[in-house]
Design a binder for this molecule. Structure first.
Ligand SMILES: Nc1nc2c(ncn2[C@@H]2O[C@H](COP(=O)(O)OP(=O)(O)OP(=O)(O)O)[C@@H](O)[C@H]2O)c(=O)[nH]1
Ligand SMILES: [Mg+2]
Length: 479
């Protein structure tokens, strides 16, 4: 484009001005269009005014916000607000957005046919907007009635204003300057945001928190598991010892009951029976230990400890029944004496009652005396055997108790060692997993830091020319 053409085209002139500051800035990325944007808050009367303007100025294109292209800068913005009340903060945000690429903004207070005090509202609107942004301090304001309940439409002032301003080259120039201003503002803000890592801030914070949480969880679970293992082992020790003692006590009671009802016939098999019962108790306690330790391991998520070879039950010695020779002989003598006494008594009784039966009496006395002797000796022997067996049972069960208690102690100690080792292995695996997780988080944090540093470098490089361009544009707008 030649200088002459540039002088004729105000848009090209402004673009050239900016490019002179920074040759990289060739276009603001927004096209200057000839459309007039008519917009305003809800129910302000926008559509009515738009229709009226289309009728009065058919040579111009009027659009509502939805009809405007995304990169289209309108030639003018008519901001419609109802005369019913002054504008609010949200209306200010609306006008900011509508007029971001356009310098020519005209305020239109609508429905002035029904609101007599519309001039007060208009003054208040002017004041509020001027306070909101200095660029709106000098904007023109008009009153309109595009769809009055009675009488004619009143849009003449607005129509005249648009007619004179829309063809003004100075207005076009200022519109383009305004487009550049808002674009440069946005680009600078973006560089600053990226350079400060604002968009990454939330993610970085979340990552740091996760890192912290991962490490804390690991520490807590490690110490929790160690404490749990210790207390479970302690409990196992106490409960299993109690269980073993209990089994011994009940088997002793059971066997002692058997002894107190002992007969001669059962006597020979009794030792074998006791040996079987002792073996059963040893097996029961062994099974109890295995189950309890398996449960402990299961509860802690560890492998159940290995089962050692079954224990050998304690030796059951012979009951000391045979060593009663002297006592037996003594019993024989006493029993014989007792029998002789009975025999004499019986034969005397016969002789006294019937002297003819003396011989028969003698014989009967002898037989009865012999029977009594045998019975007394036998009874005495059985009672003494029972007492011996009772003591023997106590000895056997004491030995049994010592064996099973020792078994409990050994197996609990072994299980403690095994479970602790397993826990250590698991802790190590956990530590590895945690370290991998933390490393992953650290890698992402590093990436963010690098990206932010890069963005900061880019910002430092790009900001000075952009700021210079913005200053130039603002100076032009102010002049
Ligand atoms: N008295 C009077 N009423 C008007 C005037 N202009 C619009 N209205 C009424 O205001 C209401 C809204 O008018 P619209 O033109 O549809 O307003 P809008 O801003 O396009 O409304 P939305 O698109 O729904 O937000 C309608 O009931 C119109 O009749 C006016 O100048 N005088
Ligand atoms: Mg509408």
């Amino acid at each position: 484009m030649t200088d002459v053409e540039q002088a004729r085209d105000p848009v090209a002139a402004v673009d050239a001005l900016v490019a002179a500051v920074d040759p990289g800035l060739t276009s603001p990325g927004v096209d200057s269009s000839d459309a007039v944007l008519v917009t305003g808050p809800w129910l302000a009367g926008t559509s009515s005014l738009l229709a009226a303007l289309r009728e009065r100025l058919p040579e111009h294109r009027f659009v509502e916000a939805d009809d405007l292209g995304p990169v289209e800068a309108p030639a003018a913005v008519v901001f419609v607000v109802s005369a019913v009340a002054p504008i609010t903060e949200s209306d200010c945000a609306l006008i900011d957005r509508a007029a971001q690429h356009t310098d020519l903004v005209i305020g239109a207070v609508s429905k002035i046919d029904v609101h007599r005090n519309w001039r007060d509202v208009l003054d208040e609107n002017r004041r509020v907007l001027a306070a909101h942004a200095p660029r709106f301090a000098d904007m023109p304001w008009v009153g309109v009635a595009a769809a009055p309940d009675l009488g004619e439409t009143k849009v003449d002032e607005l129509v005249d204003l648009l007619r004179t301003r829309l063809d003004d080259d100075e207005v076009k120039r200022r519109n383009r300057l305004r487009t550049w201003e808002s674009r440069l503002d946005a680009v600078i803000a973006r560089y600053e945001r990226d350079g400060a890592g604002a968009d990454r801030h939330a993610r970085v914070e979340a990552l740091k928190e996760r890192r912290e949480a991962v490490q804390r969880d690991r520490r807590v679970s490690k110490s929790e598991r160690t404490i749990a293992l210790r207390s479970q082992i302690q409990q196992a020790r106490v409960q299993l010892a109690y269980f073993a003692r209990n089994r011994c006590t009940s088997v002793r009671t059971e066997l002692q009951e058997d002894v107190s009802a002992m007969t001669r016939r059962r006597l020979p098999d009794f030792q074998a029976y006791v040996t079987t019962r002792v073996g059963e108790v040893v097996d029961e306690v062994e099974a109890g230990i295995t189950k309890h330790l398996g449960d402990v391991a299961g509860e802690l998520g560890l492998t159940a400890p290995d089962q050692p070879p079954p224990p050998s039950p304690p030796e059951v010695p012979d009951p000391p029944l045979k060593s009663r020779r002297t006592e037996t002989r003594l019993m024989m003598v006493l029993g014989a004496g007792f029998g002789l006494g009975v025999a004499l008594g019986v034969s005397r009784l016969f002789a006294g009652l019937a002297p003819g039966l003396t011989i028969a009496g003698l014989a009967a006395g002898g037989v009865i005396g012999l029977l009594v002797t045998v019975w007394v000796v036998g009874m005495r022997g059985l009672l003494s055997d029972r007492a011996v067996l009772d003591r023997w049972i106590v000895e056997v069960t004491n030995a049994l108790q010592a064996v099973v208690e020792e078994r409990v102690a050994t197996r609990v100690v072994a299980a403690e060692a095994e479970l602790t080792a397993d826990l250590g292995r698991r802790d190590e695996a956990d530590a590895k997993a945690t370290a991998a997780q933390v490393a992953e988080i650290d890698a992402e944090l590093r990436e963010h830091a690098i990206a932010t540093a890069r963005a900061a470098a880019l910002r430092d490089r790009r900001l000075p020319p952009l700021q210079k361009a913005l200053e130039t544009v603002r100076a032009e707008l102010a002049s």
